[in-house]
Design a protein around this ligand. Structure first.
Ligand SMILES: [Zn+2]
Length: 260
């Protein structure tokens, strides 16, 4: 019964809030990593984006006015992660806040010794537990083209949000019962430790060195690579790639081979 109601509600939203074709096409054009998606993938992505936009506000702050195109560009990248998953993975927050540039967070945190810290420097994006996703628009724009930037800010922050659904961000998202938490930990820890060792040796890695920061950052950065440059993650860390494919229920490397 509940399912029937929620399906009915979804159909109503999809009808009411459709995205105009020209707007959709322009947003896709500005996200070249989607070139490997076929028409069926894109159609499902478009439905997900409509449902996402119905559930979340995307609001400008500090004088930034969010345009309809910016709204769709942000939503598409957020929805790539949950294309085959339930949007409920993004429950627990209402808004995406968009700033006109980098921002200095104004929260405080207390370390294990009881010392209170403030202001860790300017950020391009942030995902706060129980709070909004915050993005700097120029950084969203710059990282929309993976080939030029080698990173994707929106995928990164929404990967943190998914990670946080299973408690603190620690690099382990809420795994379905069909997946083994031990196998996930084994594959991801091995990949993280190998990456940190390469970073410590001064290797110029193809994957963003920020991944060496913590297991949580490794998960967020590797999620960017999984979606935007899947063949790279699969060749560098095949076991982590396999875990990601099982969790996200997608095989983007296969997609890249099919539609090179
Ligand atoms: Zn991060």
């Amino acid at each position: 019964m509940f399912d029937a109601i929620s399906r009915w509600r979804q159909r109503r939203v999809l009808k009411r809030a459709a995205i105009p074709d020209a707007l959709w096409s322009e947003a896709i054009r500005q996200l070249p990593f989607l070139a490997i998606y076929d028409a069926a993938d894109l159609a499902r992505l478009r439905e997900k984006v409509v449902l996402f936009l119905d559930a979340k506000g995307i609001v400008g702050a500090r004088g930034h006015a969010v345009t309809p195109l910016q709204r769709v560009i942000i939503s598409i990248q957020a929805c790539v992660l949950v294309l085959e998953l339930d949007l409920a993975l993004y429950n627990g927050f209402e808004n995406v806040i968009v700033y006109p540039g980098e921002f200095v967070p104004d929260w405080e945190w207390e370390d294990d010794a009881g010392v209170v810290h403030r202001n860790i420097g300017a950020l391009a994006g942030e995902a706060m537990p129980g709070g909004p996703v915050v993005l700097s628009w120029p950084d969203v724009e710059a990282s929309a083209d993976w080939a030029a930037s080698g990173m994707n800010l929106v995928i990164h922050e929404f990967a943190h949000k998914i990670d946080m659904q299973a408690g603190d961000a620690n690099g382990c998202p809420p795994l379905p019962a069909t997946m083994s938490a031990a196998a996930w930990q084994r594959a991801l820890t091995a990949a993280y430790e190998d990456f940190c060792a390469r970073f410590d040796e001064g290797e110029d890695t193809a994957i963003d060195p920020y991944a060496s920061e913590s297991p949580a950052e490794f998960f967020a950065v590797a999620s960017e690579v999984f979606f935007a440059e899947p063949l790279l993650l699969r060749s560098e860390y095949p076991e982590a790639y396999a875990q990601f494919a099982a969790f996200y229920r997608q095989d983007p490397a296969q997609r890249a081979r099919r539609n090179p």
